[in-house]
Design a binder for this molecule. Structure first.
Ligand code: R5P
Length: 324
């Protein structure tokens, strides 16, 4: 690059947000938070089900952020993300960042028995091959997934958002126990407990088969306390519902739950409705269809966190400062 031209190019860097069909509502909220218009991209399907992407404005030289969670329909949303990336790369975008509010396929992140795949790594490979330069994700199932990428990953946290929410509602303090529903979630639960001045308890969970949780024991005292169970994903809701039953049996006074990603598959919503859980707080990383909305499920928005992280990434400012 010749001197002089470089300066001109830097001046012309432009931030662009685009989205597929994964979570348009969140993408619109993020765009509003940072006062940027969403780029015009049409993501439709050929009649045989193949994904088709039309980018209807120039992307040449832009720093593009694609907002797309890998949520239901998981494979379609993943293919949309990959194909949008390919289109942007061929359209000469300067950089392409994948903003993945919910990183699907993350639960298969290691081989626990022979002949299992590691899909969390496979997805990382696919994204890099397609042309992604960096990733912004929230509350990854395991923080070690960052290492599956050979490009920068900004791992955003929903913890400050939910802790502020709890504080506004007067939840927390020394009459409350934050409960991790499994050993894998202890770091997350401890961080929330510390910020809320509350105690920590851990449920020891065993899986007999995928999507079925079996409670073994509770480590820590919950008798007479308000319990807040904290998990990254609610899929079938079996972990939270069975955990809540166990807490009740051990004398918990009231049980609520917080989970970042409301996957809410199958009859999970009914299961929550019928459970001893008083309420379940989730974020908007995944859209909840009207048919699955329920009085017990409350949604808090993380659009502001994503908006601020996108701006800071674009302006080359620290993102970690956001979470201190
Ligand atoms: C598992 O390790 C995850 O952190 C969640 O606990 C799990 O995905 C929840 O699944 P389900 O709602 O089906 O019990």
């Amino acid at each position: 690059m010749r001197k002089g031209r470089n300066h001109k190019l830097i001046r012309e860097h432009e931030l662009c947000l685009v989205t597929g069909n994964g979570n348009k509502e969140l993408a619109e909220k993020i765009a509003k938070c940072i006062n940027v218009k969403l780029g015009v991209v049409n993501v439709t399907k050929f009649s045989d089900g193949e994904t088709r992407v039309d980018i209807e404005e120039s992307m040449r030289g832009k720093d593009v952020f694609i907002i797309q969670p890998v949520c239901y329909p998981v494979n379609d949303n993943l293919m949309e993300l990959l194909i949008m990336t390919d289109a942007l790369m061929r359209a000469s975008a300067r950089t392409i960042a994948a903003v993945i509010p919910y990183y699907g396929y993350a639960r298969q992140d290691k081989k626990v028995k022979p002949r299992e795949p590691i899909t969390a790594k496979l997805i990382a490979n696919l994204l890099e091959t397609a042309g992604i330069d960096r990733v912004l994700a929230m509350d990854l199932h395991a923080a070690s997934i960052q290492g599956f990428f050979n490009i920068p990953v900004d791992h955003l946290s929903s913890i400050p958002t939910v802790v502020n929410y709890f504080k506004r509602r007067g939840i927390g303090g020394d009459n409350t126990v934050i409960v991790s529903p499994d050993v894998g979630g202890v770091v997350r639960a401890r961080s929330i407990a510390n910020r809320m001045g509350s105690y920590l308890a851990i449920i020891s969970k065993r899986r007999t088969k995928p999507n079925e949780a079996d409670i073994q024991e509770i480590i820590g005292s919950v008798e007479g306390y308000k319990c807040v169970m904290v998990d990254d994903i609610i899929d079938t809701a079996s972990t939270l519902v069975k955990g809540a039953e166990a807490l009740k049996e051990h004398g918990a006074r009231e049980i609520i739950a917080y989970s970042t990603h409301p996957v809410l598959s199958g009859d999970s919503v009914q299961r929550i409705e019928d459970s001893v859980l008083k309420e379940v707080i989730v974020t908007d990383t995944i859209p909840i269809p009207a048919a699955k909305r329920n009085k017990k499920i409350k949604v808090i928005s993380v659009a502001g966190v994503f908006g601020e992280a996108i701006l800071r990434g674009f302006e080359q400012r620290s993102i970690s400062e956001l979470f201190h």
